[in-house]
Design a protein around this ligand. Sequence first.
Ligand SMILES: [Zn+2]
Length: 293
Amino acid sequence: MESIFQKTLKNEIFLRGRGLHTGLECGLRICPLNAGSGVIFFSEDMAPTMPIPASWRFVRDVCHNVTLGREGVRIRTVEHLLSALAILGVDNCAIHVTGGEVPLLGGAAQEFLDAIDAAGTILFPGKRTVLRLSRPVWIDQGERYLLALPCEDFRVSCSIEFANKAIGYQACHFVVDEEVYRRGIARARTFGFAEDLEWMRERGLALGGDYDSVLLYAKDGSVKTEPRYADECARHKVLDMIGDLSLLGSPLRAHIIGHKIGHSLSVALAEKIALSGDARDSAMQEFCGSAQP
Ligand SMILES: [Zn+2]
């Protein structure tokens, strides 16, 4: 049963690994924070004392990852860690990043779940703000769309479609809670296409990663990595989306329905929900206060 109270970590977490995009060795130190603080990133290399809240307001890039930033400081690939923190209800923590990117680790959220489980969590007396919708909110970008419907729990219906036959059409549906996430979503890895690698590397993307942590597909439809689920790509899209929607700053109760979804759609949906006036994110407002991105 999901807690109605705010939560933080009992102990600090230390993790190291290569960044998917920078290819550099990156480090994480995640520390407990008091209730009402939210999830806050700090760049240890660039500006160790400047808070970068995990909020849609601080998103600076949504191309093949979510990058948060403030005043020229950037932290890349925050989405898998945010997804794990969100599903375990860790509302408050400080994430100190070295190397400018959250490590890819296994390419999914399992290693982050394991680290949070090992660190333990504690509850605060303060209740969580839960966001509910009274009317549908949607974003459409041509054939790609993402729709949030009012719902008393959090459920996701997601489909993707790629010309690459190894992926093709995949659809999945989850009424998401911690158990469902652990069983069916946490181990779904990020994926990519061998033919895109050159283009991405010219732009400083995908310099890290390997065949164990990234599901890599070739043009001819062959798979370089053995999938864990027949619909692993669609499941990974759900994992990403849970991380992206956590940028609202509070858990969302809604039925999310999407086709060909990606970070640009889900971050735009988070912004539209936050600005709709229909749902309130009071906890994040409290911390950000007058802070301008
Ligand atoms: Zn991802």
